[in-house]
Design a protein around this ligand. Sequence first.
Ligand code: GRF
Length: 208
Amino acid sequence: KRLAVFVSGGGSNFRAIHGAALRGELNANVVALVTDKPGCGGAEHARDSGIPVVVFPNSKSAPEGVSTDELLNTLRELRVDFILLAGYLKLIPVELVQAYPRSILNIHPSLLPAFGGKGYYGLKVHKAVIASGARYSGPTVHFVDEHYDTGRTLAQRVVPVLANDTPEQLATRVLHEEHQVYVDAVTALCDDRIVWREDGVPLIRSRT
Ligand code: GRF
């Protein structure tokens, strides 16, 4: 399968997925890196790896980069099957959501629907989890709809919140699990092992 990964930051999830693909553990190739931040670590890693970087400012006022229509054309030309958001901070345009039904995933660093939505990104998520007194947190992989963090959950991992955790410590523990759960979920997606339950819940079928 052919993947486009959308990144705004360091891109450790992107690197985990790209690495799994290079090692043949994931039946896919990353064929494009789409970013609103051309100088971010994820975009640099893509350039170093020979992956085309598409600058998509995803904002009407930004002069540089491609429009939503141009991005859609590029993704079609590259024959992209699935879109993976990995630390991508902007909302995906509805045109993209409609063009790729059940084909866009995101990873979020909390157990959704807790601590999700527009204001919850980066360390803010982990600060709020600690402040709430929750004993467990962990990443959620979910399908993307036209809102922040509300699409159907595909996979989650539980991570303990320790008594004296700082947001940074919790973030590190969660990020470690993110890399594994995202690679596992994308592997299932690329192997056509997602089964949609009648009520719209996606399930991962184990390898037979
Ligand atoms: C991760 O915590 C992810 O859950 C969130 O943004 C962060 C991205 O990290 N959406 P990285 O850029 O993949 O290292």
